[in-house]
Design a protein around this ligand. Structure first.
Ligand code: T4K
Length: 396
C-alpha cells in the first residue's frame, strides 16, 4: 500500500483528482521566452559580424546593461554560475584550507570548494531565511579558515553586516553565492555589493536567464580584470600567460538571449510577486504548512516559493505531499534535499554530522518548492491550496 493510500481513501483521492487535477502538467519553474522571431532578429548582428564568442560586441553590451540594471560597477559574465564561483575563489586566492559554508544549498556551492582543494566546514542555518546562521560561524573558525561562503538562499539576503564584522575580526574573505539573488536589493542597494565577491547564476531555471550563464561581481576594477583573465585561460594577450586560468566565457548567442531577457525581467518579477501573494493568501492557516515571508528591508525576486510541511500538524510528510501533488499534474521540488553535507565526499567531515546541523536537517526534510514563474496560470496557487486543505481535512 502506498503512503498516500494509507492516509487518504482511494475513492476520495480519485474524486479530488477529478475535481482539481490540472489538464496540463505544471512544473516548478519554466523560463519565460522571447518569441523565436525576436530572438532570431537579435542574432542578425552576430551573424553578420561572424563573431561568436571571446568578449564580443553583444557580450560587452550585456555586461554594461546588467551592471546598470543591477546597480553594480564591476561585473564579468560567465558560461555558468558554477564556473563563475570557481573562478571567484581562485581570483581571491582561496585554493586550500577551510571555508565555512552552508549545507542547505545546491551541490555546486560545496563542490566548487572541493575543486579548489578547500575543505568545506558546514554551519547550520537560520529557520526563517534558510541562510547560514551568522551567530554560529565564529565557533567554527580555526587556524585553517580562509573565508566564509554564504548563499542568499531563495534570494533571501544573508546577515551581511554581521558576517562582514566576523570576517574583519578574523581576517577572512567573504564570498556570496547569489545564484538566486538576481535583482534583490537590501535597504535600497544591490545585495551584490556585499562581500569580497558575489556570483550569479543565469541558468534557464532562474528569474533572469542566458540559457546557461552566470556572472561574478567584483568590488574593484583590478579584481574584475583578474577574474576576466582567469576565465580566459589566464592569458592577457597573444604574448603573455599570467596564471592558471580556464575557459569560463559566455558566448554571443547566450548574451543576445540575455539582452532580450533584460527587457522583460521586471515584468517577470512583478508577475511572480503576484503568484507569491496569491499563495500566501490561499495557503494561510492550513495546519502544518508554513511559508516564508518577505523581509521588511529587502526587495525580493520571487525566484522560489518554498513551504515547510510539518508531518505531525499536517498529517502527511513532505515526501507524500510531493507524490500526491504529482497525481494532480503539479510538479514541485525538494530544494535542497538531500543536504550536500550528506554526499559521500563530505559525509565523513566532522562538521557534516547531522546532529550539528539540526535546522538544516529539518528544512531538508520539510521543504517543498511550489510552482512559481511569470507565465504560471494564476489559478494554480488556489488549486494547490484547495488540494492541501482538503487532503489535510481528510487525514486529520
Ligand atoms: N548555487 C546555487 C545556490 C544554485 O541554486 C545553483 C544552481 C548553482 C550554484 C549553480 O549555478 P549554475 O551552474 O547552474 O548556473 C536546477 C538548475 O539546473 C540549477 O541551475 C539550479 N541551481 C537548481 C536550483 O535548479 P534541477 O536539477 O532542479 O533542474 P531541472 O532540469 O530538474 O529543472 C527544474 C524544472 O525546471 C523542470 O522540472 C522543468 C523546468 N525547466 C528546466 C529546464 C532546464 C524548464 O521548464 N526548462 C528548462 O530548460 O537544477
Amino acid at each position: 500500500m502506498s503512503p498516500i493510500s494509507r492516509c487518504v481513501d482511494n475513492d476520495e483521492l480519485a474524486r479530488l483528482v477529478r475535481q482539481y487535477g490540472l489538464s496540463q502538467p505544471v512544473t516548478v519553474t519554466r523560463p519565460t521566452l522571447p518569441s523565436l522571431s525576436e530572438f532570431a532578429a537579435s542574432l542578425e548582428g552576430v551573424w553578420s559580424r561572424c563573431w561568436l564568442t571571446n568578449d564580443g560586441e553583444v557580450h560587452r553590451e550585456l555586461e554594461a546593461k546588467l551592471a546598470a540594471h543591477l546597480g553594480v560597477e564591476h561585473i564579468s559574465l560567465f558560461c555558468n554560475g558554477t564556473i563563475a564561483l570557481l573562478v571567484a575563489l581562485q581570483a581571491l586566492e582561496i585554493d586550500g584550507g577551510e571555508v565555512i559554508t552552508t549545507p542547505f544549498t545546491f551541490p555546486a556551492t560545496a563542490h566548487v570548494l572541493h575543486w579548489n582543494r578547500v575543505r568545506p566546514v558546514f554551519c547550520d542555518i537560520e529557520d526563517k531565511t534558510f541562510n547560514i546562521d551568522a551567530s554560529k560561524i565564529e565557533a567554527l573558525i580555526g587556524p585553517e579558515t580562509r573565508a566564509i561562503l554564504g548563499v542568499h538562499v531563495y534570494g533571501n539576503p544573508c546577515k551581511v553586516e554581521t558576517i562582514r564584522d566576523i570576517a574583519a575580526r578574523h581576517g577572512l574573505k567573504v564570498i556570496y553565492d547569489a545564484a538566486h539573488a538576481f535583482g534583490v536589493r537590501l535597504r535600497g542597494r544591490s545585495l551584490l555589493v556585499h562581500g569580497d565577491m558575489s556570483m550569479l547564476s543565469f541558468h534557464a531555471t532562474k528569474v533572469f536567464s542566458t540559457i546557461e550563464g552566470g556572472a561574478v561581481v567584483s568590488p574593484s576594477e583590478e579584481l574584475r580584470r583578474r577574474v576576466n583573465m582567469l576565465k580566459n585561460f589566464g592569458i592577457a594577450n597573444e604574448e603573455s600567460i599570467i596564471g592558471p586560468g580556464l575557459n569560463g566565457k559566455m558566448n554571443e548567442v547566450q548574451a543576445a538571449f540575455g539582452l532580450l531577457q533584460l527587457r522583460t525581467v521586471e515584468r517577470e518579477i512583478a508577475n511572480r510577486r503576484q503568484i507569491a501573494e496569491s499563495y500566501r493568501r490561499h495557503l494561510a492557516e492550513i495546519p502544518g504548512v508554513s511559508m516564508m515571508q518577505d523581509l521588511p528591508d529587502a526587495e525580493h525576486n520571487y525566484g522560489y516559493f518554498p513551504v515547510l510541511i510539518d508531518t505531525d500538524r499536517y498529517g502527511l510528510d513532505r515526501d507524500t505531499v510531493y507524490t500526491l501533488l504529482k497525481r494532480f499534474n503539479i510538479s514541485t521540488r525538494k530544494y535542497f534535499h538531500p543536504l550536500v553535507s550528506h554526499a559521500p565526499c563530505y559525509a565523513e567531515l566532522p562538521s557534516a554530522q547531522p546532529d550539528l546541523l539540526p535546522v538544516a536537517e529539518r528544512a531538508a526534510r520539510e521543504v517543498l518548492c511550489l510552482p512559481i514563474y511569470g507565465t504560471l496560470d494564476p489559478n494554480v496557487p488556489q488549486v494547490v491550496a484547495r488540494i492541501l486543505r482538503e487532503v489535510h481535512a481528510h487525514v486529520a
